[in-house]
Design a protein around this ligand. Structure first.
Ligand SMILES: C[S@@+](CC[C@H](N)C(=O)[O-])C[C@H]1O[C@@H](n2cnc3c(N)ncnc32)[C@H](O)[C@@H]1O
Length: 252
C-alpha cells in the first residue's frame, strides 16, 4: 500500500482506506486497551485460544530434529513466550523463542534467558531469514492491513512439518465493492491446503508453503467497529490481482 488514502472504486469513494503507516498510528491498533497479556496456559491463555498446548507440541520436536523454534506474530507483552522459554531454560531443552509486536509493551526478559528475543516492529514489513517449527498469531491479524499477505509470507517461514495457526475473522475481509470476501477467501484457503475452523476462527496449515491467494490489498478501514472478539478491529479490502500463481507446497 503506497498512498496513504486509496479510492479504487465507486463504493470506496464513500470510504477512506488507510495505508499501513496510518494504520500503525490508529487508535484501533496502537492502544493500551487490547489484551496483550495472555499467558501460556490457564484462563487467559494461548493454550485456550489455540485449543492446543504449544509448548508440549514444540517439546516433541527436538527429539526428531535436534532443536525447535517458535515465532509468535503480534506477541503482545510476550508473556506466553517468556513462560515457555523459562520452562525450557530450566530443563536445558534446545528450543528458541521469538516474538514480534508493533508496540513495545514487552514484559522484562530475565537476563539469563538467552533463548528468547522480543522485537518491536510492524509485521507489515517484517521478514526473517530464520525458519520456525511453530508460527502463531493469536488475535493479531484483526489489526493488520494486508492480513492475507502476512499469512502468505508467514507460512513460507515454516520448516518442513512446521505448524501455522492464526485467528482470523472472515468478516474483516472485504471486496472493493464492500461485499464480504469470506466465501472466496475460504475457497482460496482450501486450494492452498489450509484449514479454516469457523468455530475457533483459526486458520491453520503445516508447511512450509509457497502460497499466492491472488488477492491484492487496497487498504484498510479502521472504523469497521467490533468483530467476533467484541473489540474494534480492522477491515481489509481486496481485489483479484490477475493471474493467480499455482499454489504449491514445496515439500509435498
Ligand atoms: C489483541 S493483541 C494480542 C496479543 C497477544 N497475541 C496475546 O494474545 O496476548 C493484538 C496485538 O497485535 C499487535 N499488532 C497490531 N498490528 C500489528 C502490526 N502491524 N505488526 C505487529 N504487531 C501488530 C498489537 O500491538 C497487539 O499487541
Amino acid at each position: 500500500m503506497a498512498a496513504s488514502h486509496t479510492q479504487p472504486s465507486e463504493y470506496l469513494l464513500t470510504l477512506t482506506l488507510v495505508d499501513d503507516a496510518a494504520l500503525e498510528r490508529s487508535h484501533v491498533v496502537a492502544n493500551a486497551r487490547m489484551n496483550r497479556a495472555r499467558r501460556l496456559s490457564g484462563i487467559n491463555s494461548y493454550e485456550r485460544e489455540l485449543g492446543f498446548d504449544p509448548l508440549a507440541w514444540l517439546r516433541a520436536r527436538p527429539a526428531q530434529h535436534g532443536s525447535a523454534a517458535w515465532l509468535d506474530l503480534c506477541c503482545g507483552s510476550g508473556q506466553a513466550l517468556i513462560e515457555a522459554a523459562s520452562t525450557c531454560a530450566a530443563t536445558g531443552e534446545q528450543i528458541t523463542f521469538r516474538g514480534v509486536d508493533l508496540i513495545d509493551s514487552f514484559v522484562e526478559i530475565p537476563a539469563a534467558l538467552r533463548s528468547l528475543r522480543l522485537e518491536a516492529a510492524s509485521l507489515h514489513r517484517w521478514d526473517s531469514p530464520d525458519r520456525f517449527d511453530l508460527i502463531t498469531c493469536v488475535h493479531g491479524l484483526h489489526y493488520v492491513g494486508d492480513k492475507l499477505g502476512l499469512v502468505e509470507r508467514a507460512v513460507s517461514w515454516l520448516v518442513p512439518g512446521g505448524q501455522f495457526l492464526a485467528h482470523l475473522d472472515l468478516a474483516n475481509l472485504r471486496r472493493a465493492s464492500g461485499e464480504p470476501l469470506g466465501r472466496l477467501a475460504l475457497a482460496r484457503f482450501r486450494a492452498a491446503g489450509m484449514v479454516f475452523d469457523r468455530r475457533s476462527s483459526l486458520l491453520t496449515c503445516s508447511g512450509p508453503r509457497s502460497i499466492a491467494f491472488g488477492l491484492k490489498c487496497l487498504g484498510a478501514d479502521d472504523s469497521a467497529g467490533p468483530n467476533r472478539t467484541r473489540q474494534e478491529a480492522v477491515d481489509s479490502y481486496y481485489v483479484a490481482s490477475g493471474a493467480r500463481r499455482a499454489v504449491k507446497n514445496r515439500w509435498a
